[in-house]
Design a protein around this ligand. Structure first.
Ligand code: M6R
Length: 611
């Protein structure tokens, strides 16, 4: 949610800022902007509403950009104030320019006070209030570090800041609380960035800033101080992602590239955790005997990560006979959840920075629960704060629409459930071995098979070209799969769709089925085929067009369907996970055929670091 970048060195700063912003654009794309110093030390700010191309054009037309060697940049997901030129970052004064990711909650009272001090505000943003507050302290105290600490004392909310002062070309100041920020370390040049993808082209080495850390970044060195003003030395980390992983690599969109990576990411995520055909988490210090010590599991997440959590819930209950609740993080954190020492709370998150999931983690810890993060981004806040973290090795997921992250989250949760079942003595070793083998050996190839034979999915997508509203239905694990399929479709095709428990449809919602209404019937669980067949017939009797997601063994269901989306297996250990790939492709092909901006759907951002 907003991406920020800073650069200082000897190279063309404006170019590096724009490249960094292009990589960060997935975090928000309502507007973009940069501030950089000219060779003469003049601070120039260029910003514009809309995509990065609008700012790039301004930078191209600015001769001073070529010789710039220090600056900051921002790509925005609007919170306070509509997307507009004036609300675009950087914001500032005659003294400084500031970019911000986060939300300043007490901005209204600060703005009133600063207006009383004679400051005039140009935008509606909370960020401008932070910039003016910093300016006011800088003018009063005459010291930048002191000004930062004074402002940070007063700001309530979350922030990652990068800031340049007009009287100090060549230095980028940075601070963070609640929003991610790294300092990239190069040779004779250094960076500030929301995440490593922004700077991978130039360096893989970085420091992760801690909560309330403050950093001064110059070409020849970086100083980091903690909230008490003491110098700290965070470990120098090295990213394992390479620049190709964060580029499209010949695919038209990141989304389809990332779906094509699912088989590989499954292998990368599962293989290191399988020894002699059984799960083994000991290598990463996770002791599965915890599953014998707890009474209940709570799986807390948002969006697609939540639906992957739902897949995990089904498996934990089936294999480990452990009650498992799934809870939306934004609800969990305000619901006075009944969570305590006997509970394990699993936080599922691709980014590891989702504000509600992070807050839920903190709440669970405060209540004495054991916590486990299932996280993709290494060193992210949830990864660092949870008692244990199990990484999904999906590599960077750039498309706002989550695909490969879901697949590996659901697969890893399944492996974990097998492990829990063995630890609790509720799953026979023979079945455990079968499930592990299906995950490790069969599933990756089955997903590649779906990709190689996508004709039926393309045809189904084409049939939806004029659809304005539709349904997804399913039972058991397929109810959650239906929700994920519906979310994918809504998110990138802007088609209204509703996901429903198939048996519940006749209690009201079936009145919306008209001749021609598309219904995607998710049928990956053989035990539910008969019941789903009845539900399919019910909607068909009202004129629905049925797109059935089902394996070859569901012959009767296929016989009723207008279109079939493939599920290459009917073993429930993996069928729901494979089914998700078909649904991802359905949404992708429709969005692409409609000519929509697949990777950057309107109003969204990849990493939701605000409530
Ligand atoms: O980074 P997270 O996994 O915590 O993100 C959670 C959701 O915001 C995310 O899965 C979102 O629903 C996706 N854009 C859906 O495709």
């Amino acid at each position: 949610m907003c991406g920020i970048i800073g650069y200082t060195g000897k190279k063309e700063a404006a170019k590096r800022l724009l490249e960094g912003l292009a990589a960060l654009e997935y975090r928000g794309y309502d507007s973009a902007g940069v501030s950089f110093f000219s060779e003469e030390g003049k601070l120039i700010t260029l910003k514009a509403r809309g995509r990065l191309a609008n700012v790039s054009a301004k930078v191209d037309a600015c001769p001073e950009a070529k010789t710039s060697s220090c600056g900051i940049g921002h790509t925005r997901w609007a919170t306070h104030g509509a997307p507009s030129d004036v609300n675009s970052h950087p914001h500032g004064t005659d003294a400084l320019q500031l970019v911000h990711n986060g939300i300043i909650e007490n901005y209204a009272e600060l703005r009133e006070r600063l207006t009383g001090e004679g400051y005039v505000f140009l935008s509606e943003t909370d960020t401008e209030v932070a910039a003016v507050l910093l300016t006011s302290y800088y003018k009063k105290l005459g010291d930048k570090e002191a000004a930062f600490y004074a402002a940070m004392q007063e700001l309530v909310g979350s922030y990652a800041f990068a800031c340049v002062f007009a009287d100090e070309p060549g230095t980028v100041y940075a601070a963070r609380m609640g929003s991610p920020l790294i300092v990239g370390v190069g040779k004779g040049e250094n960076y500030v960035a929301s995440d490593i993808t922004a700077i991978l082209r130039y360096t893989k080495h970085y420091y992760q800033l801690g909560e309330r850390d403050f950093a001064v970044v110059r070409p020849d060195g970086v100083t980091v101080k903690n909230s008490r003003g003491e110098e700290v030395h965070p470990p120098l980390e090295t990213a394992t992602w390479d620049v190709e992983a964060a580029e499209k690599g010949g695919y038209p969109h990141f989304m389809i590239k990332e779906i094509n990576e699912e088989a590989k990411t499954l292998r990368d995520t599962l293989s290191p955790r399988i020894k002699n055909g059984l799960p083994d988490f000991s290598g990463e210090g996770f002791d599965v005997s915890v599953f014998r010590q707890i009474d209940k599991v709570h799986i807390v997440a948002c969006g697609t990560a939540m639906f992957a959590g739902c897949a995990g819930k089904c498996k934990l209950e089936e294999y480990a006979k452990l009650p498992a609740d799934t809870e939306i993080a934004s609800e969990f954190r305000y619901a006075e959840p009944l969570v305590g020492e006997g509970d394990l709370v699993i936080l599922v998150s691709q980014s590891g920075e989702t504000a509600d999931t992070l807050a839920a983690l903190r709440l669970a810890k405060a209540r004495g629960a054991k916590t486990l993060g299932v996280v993709n981004v290494i060193g992210s806040s949830i990864a660092r704060e949870a008692d244990h973290v199990l990484y999904t090795w999906a590599g960077p997921e750039i498309s706002v629409c989550s695909t490969k992250a879901y697949t590996v989250q659901a697969a890893l949760m399944t492996l974990l459930a097998v492990s829990a079942g063995l630890a609790r003595g509720t799953l026979a070793e023979k079945r455990a071995r079968e499930v592990v083998s299906l995950l490790e050996h069969d599933l990756p190839g089955e997903i590649d098979g779906i990709l190689a034979n996508d004709g039926g999915i393309r045809a189904a997508a084409h049939s939806l070209m004029d659809t304005k509203s539709m349904f997804f239905i399913g039972r058991g694990a397929d109810r959650f799969l239906a929700m994920e399929g519906s979310l994918k479709l809504k998110e990138i095709t802007y088609t209204h769709s509703e996901a429903y428990a198939a048996g519940e449809l006749k209690h009201g919602t079936i009145s919306l089925i008209e001749p021609g209404t598309p219904v995607v019937a998710c049928c990956t669980v053989p035990a539910m085929f008969e019941k789903m067949l009845s539900n399919i017939r019910e909607v068909k009797a009202r004129g629905a067009r049925v797109i059935a997601l089902c394996p070859a063994s569901a012959e009767d269901i296929r016989g009723e369907a207008d279109f079939v989306l493939p599920v290459p297996t009917d073993d429930t250990a993996v069928s729901t996970i494979a089914g998700a790939t078909s649904l991802q492709l359905l949404a992708y092909f429709l969005a692409a055929e409609r000519g929509l901006d697949v990777d950057k759907p309107r109003n969204l951002a990849k990493s939701v670091t605000v409530e």
